[in-house]
Design a protein around this ligand. Structure first.
Ligand code: UDX
Ligand code: UDX
Ligand code: ADP
Length: 468
């Protein structure tokens, strides 16, 4: 029979675990939620006035629940011992070395916290995999738990992938399109599934909570991200055709999106997609396909990444060729460093790829982003371990406190994140302050090119005929 969940532990206080379990605490005042992490600095931040991640609406929820039914701690063992249900929400980065390097997910963190659960638990637990993981991870977790636990304890494994997008995490969690809970099709598996369904039913309508098998649930997470990324690569591939032919990619996307079979979302052409999930999940899918001896399937998905790399380098090359084939010592303003608006996250951000390209061309780069710290920008733009690279970067790159400061005296401006504030800049004033010809390269298609041209700018927008 399903247990009634009263205490939840979440291992991993990152972009997924933090917001997700804060929302559970907010919606379920009768459940005690403890979010733990081995990173003391991160936990201290969660307990302070400056949360470690920025998400609209997150701070309000945390402040309301913290100390009542929401706790942040580094005491992982205590949280495990007390909980009836444990979310495993640790990071699963792409492996850098060894078997599957560059493709496979590194399950080191998932495995080590699974072993921890097995060794410290003194009562039965429902263990929920929340991190994005390759298919079959649940199976491995089960084997580890069963082989290492004390006699008489039960561990039921569920897969409950998270579909929130950064920047809109809280509203996605509040009103999810669906909640997916995968379980074994045994009576015990089903009972565990019902226990977790109960938790979500405190705020998610019944018909949106979907029960599937473990494998389907794990694969759906990879599939959903791969299909979303594939739409972006498709429209970006079309943007290259538009730039040569003079067709307008926004018109094409709008008209295609009106077909109800296609739909309007995720068809915005850009300098390329970023974020911690899309690339990682597709690489995972490629690795899985190859492991299953399905090379054609692997090639199909790999092409989505290839197109994304092409899009980033195509943009950077357009900047150089438009600026008379050299940007050496030219001041370029880069507006936006986060991988999308409304987040301070820079993981896989296309802005870093483009800025690294500019560094190699010896440009002087002034970067402004409303949410990304100077420290993070330098981390993303330097090669760890390369002697003097940090010093060289400091000479080449300036991090600014406003868009105006970044643009003053520049010869070109690149829009690399679609922050709303960039639409409202004082463009006539910026124009006056710039070296001429003053150029704008809109990698996010957010500016009104005609108005900028009236001011005097030369404008390139992604996916629009090149008429600088
Ligand atoms: C298509 C377009 O739908 C239509 O808008 C365009 O004007 C002409 O081309 P059509 O080829 O007549 O229309 O049929 P469609 O329903 O699109 O199916 C095309 C093929 O895809 C069929 O073989 C169909 O069986 C297959 N299909 C369709 C799938 O395999 N899976 C699906 O989910 C949908
Ligand atoms: C994504 C999925 O949307 C989410 O469901 C999953 O749980 C995690 O991965 P996220 O990476 O946070 O979320 O952001 P998303 O909004 O999907 O954007 C990813 C990247 O694609 C961003 O760089 C964004 O700028 C880009 N993008 C998105 C486009 O270039 N065009 C679009 O039309 C949409
Ligand atoms: P995600 O985007 O998947 O949430 P993050 O990197 O933001 O990824 O967060 C994962 C968190 O998990 C990190 O804060 C990391 O310190 C934590 N973590 C990793 N392994 C363990 C572990 N064994 N025990 C506790 N916390 C862990």
């Amino acid at each position: 029979t399903p247990i009634k969940v009263t205490k939840i532990a979440c291992i991993g206080a990152g972009y997924v675990g933090g917001p997700t379990c804060s929302m559970i605490a907010h919606k379920c005042p009768h459940i005690q939620v403890t979010i733990v992490d081995m990173n003391q600095e991160r936990i201290d931040a969660w307990n302070s006035d400056t949360l470690p991640i920025y998400e609209p609406g997150l701070e309000e929820v945390v402040k309301k629940c913290r100390g009542k039914n929401l706790f942040f701690s580094t005491d992982i063992d205590k949280a495990i011992i007390e909980a009836d249900l444990i979310f495993v929400s640790v990071n699963t980065p792409t492996k850098k070395t060894g078997v599957g390097a560059g493709y496979a997910a590194d399950l080191f963190y998932v495995e080590s916290c699974t072993r921890r659960i097995a060794s410290v638990a003194t009562s039965s637990k429902i263990v929920v995999e929340k991190s994005t993981v390759p298919c079959r991870t649940a199976q491995s977790m089960r084997t580890i738990l069963e082989a290492n636990s004390r006699p008489g304890l039960r561990f039921d494994i569920l897969s409950n992938p998270e579909f929130l997008a950064e920047g809109t995490a809280m509203s996605d969690l509040d009103k999810p399109d669906r909640v997916l809970i995968g379980s074994l099709s045994t009576p015990e598996g089903r009972a565990a599934q019902t226990s977790l369904i109960e938790v979500y039913s405190n705020w998610v309508p019944k018909e949106k909570v979907i029960g599937t098998g473990l494998w389907s649930s794990e694969l759906t997470k990879l599939a959903a991200n791969a299909i979303l990324a594939q739409r972006i690569s498709s429209i970006n591939a079309l943007s290259a055709i538009c730039e040569v032919t003079g067709a307008d990619v926004d018109e094409v996307a709008y008209a295609c999106g009106l077909d109800s079979r296609i739909g309007p979302k995720f068809l915005k052409s850009s300098v390329g997609f970023g974020g911690s999930c899309f690339q990682k999940d597709i690489l995972n899918l490629v690795y899985l396909s190859e492991s299953l001896h399905l090379p054609e399937v692997a090639d199909y998905w790999r092409q989505v990444i290839t197109m994304n790399e092409y899009q980033k380098s195509r943009f950077a090359k357009t900047v150089v060729s438009s600026m008379f084939n050299t940007i050496t010592n030219k001041k370029l303003a880069v507006l936006g460093f986060a991988f999308k608006k409304d987040t301070g996250d820079t993981r896989e951000t296309p802005s870093a790829t483009v800025c690294r390209f500019f560094r190699q061309e010896n440009a002087k780069i002034s970067i402004y982003d409303p949410k990304v710290s100077e420290k993070q920008i330098f981390l993303d733009l330097t090669e760890p371990g390369v002697v003097d690279d940090a010093a060289a970067a400091k000479k080449q790159v300036t991090v600014c406190q406003s868009a105006m400061e970044a643009c003053t005296g520049a010869e070109g401006i690149c829009i690399l994140t679609e922050w709303d504030e960039f639409k409202q800049l004082d463009w006539p004033a910026i124009y006056k302050s710039m070296a001429k010809p003053a150029m704008v390269f809109d990698g996010r298609g957010i500016l009104e090119a005609d108005k900028l041209r009236e001011i005097g700018f030369k404008v390139f927008s992604i996916g629009k005929g090149v008429n600088l």
